[in-house]
Design a protein around this ligand. Structure first.
Ligand SMILES: [Zn+2]
Length: 388
């Protein structure tokens, strides 16, 4: 994995003056990655620990860093590398996992992987900003600056690990007046995802923001399936259409806790009242407790034909969407990865690259958890990754 990552880093075009650069780009990015990998909250403390000969030699042998760069150079160089350069690491790792049959258990329908997408903010400040920050004007005249990302990750209801894909950064580009947004980033994300994995069977899973005609058409255009949350209030025309049926397909059963699982669905219905409306398949799930009180309910639209045989699978797939929030973003923010910790903001790409490197460290750890028996045993013994 490290070799494959190194190869990508060595291929990044050099942007600096050769005579002035002391450290290679490879050594700089790899050192920053090592800091995330060891979950160190501060470059400075990390550098100081590296003064210790043993640690330094660890960085050299584990990460093949020849010369350990200084803190400031590290930030300067990382600020100049366009984030897009890291995308190959994600697709290479994914292909390796897939080819070696580690992802077989992740297929939600035979040959189809569920890719959940969601936006997340990883920088927010009223002071620290750059030209690419998203801005928000508050009523009291204060402007806040933020960086966000549209993240996609492969997941499965019964698998604890999630496999992050190369995210799409939501950022304002030079010369554009209109702010970038989650929906635009999603369109770019889907098109990039298809380009990187031309033949991969995918089902995109997203919240209510996505269950509208343009996004559905965009998903189908990329030859992907979709499973998008469809709240009744957002789809009054469709809900009226459904309620006009005398009877619709349904299925229910009681579990050993006396809870009732209710499923209802209807295929081939219009999403909206427009003449060119897209036709969708609708499904709903309700969970009621032993007193008959509804404790959970949600509904979705999909292009997959819903049947008595696949309704449970589809509902389970739709319900595991929370994993992107919980297993991915929350882990990055609160489980030792220091995602929102300010490592430095930079002018161009520093803030975004810090997100990517943190995500890559998380990805490496996810791969170990999924594939490496020794790592799994070490985690049992040492608990937190930081401790390990
Ligand atoms: Zn910024």
């Amino acid at each position: 994995m490290r070799k494959s990552f190194s190869a990508v880093l060595k291929a990044i075009p050099e942007t600096r003056d050769k005579n002035k650069s002391t450290y290679s780009q490879h050594d700089i990015v790899m050192s920053a990655f090592a800091c995330m990998y060891f979950q160190d909250p501060s470059f400075l403390a990390f550098q100081q620990r590296l003064e210790n000969k043993l640690k330094s030699s660890n960085l050299k042998t584990l990460f093949e860093v020849k010369d350990i760069p200084k803190d400031t150079q590290l930030r300067d160089v990382l600020d100049k590398i366009p984030t897009e350069n890291f995308s190959d690491v994600f697709s290479h790792m994914f292909e390796q996992l897939r080819r070696h049959h580690h992802l077989k258990e992740f297929e939600v329908i035979p040959g189809i992987y569920l890719c959940s997408v969601d936006g997340s903010q990883y920088h927010s400040s009223k002071k620290v900003s750059c030209e690419h920050c998203l801005t928000k004007q508050h009523q009291n005249g204060v402007t806040s600056y933020s960086h966000s990302v549209l993240q996609g990750a492969i997941m499965h209801p019964s698998q604890r690990q999630v496999i992050p894909m190369m995210p799409e950064i939501i950022r304002n580009e030079d010369g554009t007046k209109k702010q970038d947004c989650e929906l635009n980033a999603t369109k770019r994300f889907l098109s990039q995802l298809r380009e990187r994995h031309p033949k991969l069977g995918l089902m995109i899973c997203g919240d209510g923001l996505f269950s509208h005609q343009p996004m559905i058409e965009e998903t189908l255009k990329q030859a992907m399936h979709y499973l998008y949350v469809a709240k009744p209030d957002d789809h009054t025309y469709m809900m009226e259409w459904i309620s006009a049926y005398k009877e619709i397909p349904s299925y229910q059963y009681k579990d050993d806790k006396e809870r009732t699982h209710n499923y209802r669905w209807q295929n081939k219905i219009p999403l909206n009242g427009k003449e060119n409306t897209v036709e969708v398949n609708w499904l709903e799930y309700q969970l009621t407790n032993s007193q008959g009180k509804i404790t959970f309910q949600n509904s979705w639209v999909t292009d997959v034909n819903v049947t008595r045989d696949n309704i449970k699978t589809l509902v389970n797939a739709g319900r595991c969407r929370w994993k992107i929030e919980n297993e991915c973003f929350n882990t990055l923010k609160n489980q030792g990865y220091h995602l929102t910790h300010n490592y430095g903001h930079g002018k161009d790409y520093l803030s975004d690259n810090m997100y990517i490197l943190t995500l890559l460290a998380f990805y490496f750890h996810q791969i170990f958890e999924l594939t490496d028996k020794k790592y799994q045993a070490c985690r049992v013994t040492y608990g937190s990754k930081r401790q390990l």
